[in-house]
Write a protein that binds this ligand. Structure first.
Ligand code: CDT
Length: 301
């Protein structure tokens, strides 16, 4: 049995005025809780060092850039890396990345248990729009502030398992998981910031939005025989509600742990990576059963 005790560290709202240092203190508190629960690995949300800033329309690039990290770790996050190393807990979290070349990505990283970054992923599917949209109840400007990621869906061997990452909207696309599935992924980690209401459909309720998130992650876990850990940033950020619904899904598609609140909340499950083997060697043995001669359309348009 290859057991990894995984913590999903859902985070409650981060207001515009909150500092990185205040947020990192909250992350360290969740990490300490995870240590008490025996966690080996903790997954934090997308863009978890700041408020979900793509809801705000900005024209001044200097104002935009204040939401980005120029290096990782940096002064604000060094205490988090130190706490993780001290606790011997691997971590994954998302942040806005500004590269030395001036490129902007929505990024997540993965460390080993000594706090070394072993994997980096840059978000592929950027939802929303790039100009102010008067027809929406609120803005979602990811296409304005980020460029599509250039990493693709890589996997890394870490803690004797094959691990991959995606970010928020990526979780709704089967291609995301299948590309990692084809590399043998056993654990997909992802964070999200999903508004509780649809900016283009005032009738759509929270229940449907939570269902679509769960449907995406549970079906992908089953169809790729992999664990999926999805972790929200939730609650009311300056009057803008984000949904919770963080969960740990097993390779059969069952939800093994689920957040009940919209605040800082740790969910925990002991995940056996060997539980992926049955699906990968039977119904989803890709090498034996896929019929790629009929899949060309997926990559040609
Ligand atoms: N952060 C993120 O990707 N959120 C999207 C909201 C889409 S609405 C424009 C999501 O898919 O959850």
């Amino acid at each position: 049995m290859r057991e990894i005790v995984i913590g999903g560290a859902q985070m409650g709202p981060i207001q515009k005025a909150d500092t990185r240092e205040e947020v990192v203190d909250r992350m360290i508190a969740l990490l300490q809780q995870a240590k008490g629960a025996g966690c080996d690995l903790v997954v934090f949300p997308e863009l978890c060092l700041t408020t979900f800033f793509p809801r705000w329309y900005m024209e001044d690039q200097a104002e935009v850039d204040q939401w980005f990290e120029r290096e990782m770790p940096n002064a604000a996050t060094a205490p988090l890396f130190a706490a993780a190393r001290e606790a011997q807990i691997a971590i994954s979290f998302g942040y806005a990345e500004l590269t030395p070349e001036g490129r902007h990505f929505n990024t997540s990283i993965l460390t080993d248990r000594d706090g070394n970054i072993v994997g980096k992923y840059r978000k592929t599917h950027l939802p929303g729009h790039s100009e102010f949209d008067h027809d929406r109840a609120f803005q979602h400007l990811e296409k304005r502030y980020f460029e599509p990621g250039d990493t693709g869906f890589q996997v890394w061997r870490n803690m004797d398992a094959i691990m991959g990452m995606c970010i928020c909207n990526d979780r709704r696309w089967p291609e995301t998981y299948r590309v990692m599935g084809l590399q043998g992924v056993e654990l997909v980690m992802l964070g999200y910031n999903t508004p509780s209401v649809n900016s283009q459909d005032s009738v759509e309720g929270l229940e449907k939005r939570l269902y679509h998130s769960e449907l995406s992650m549970t079906s992908a876990a089953y169809q790729n025989a992999t664990w999926v850990v999805g972790v929200a940033k939730a609650g009311d950020e300056d009057g803008h509600p984000l949904m919770g619904g963080s969960m740990i899904v097993d390779p059969n598609g069952y939800v093994m742990a689920r957040a009940e609140t919209e605040g800082d909340e740790l969910i925990v499950h002991a995940c056996d990576m060997d539980a992926c083997s049955f699906g990968k060697s039977t119904i989803f043995d890709f090498a034996r059963h896929r019929r790629i001669e009929h899949y060309g359309l997926i990559c040609s348009q």
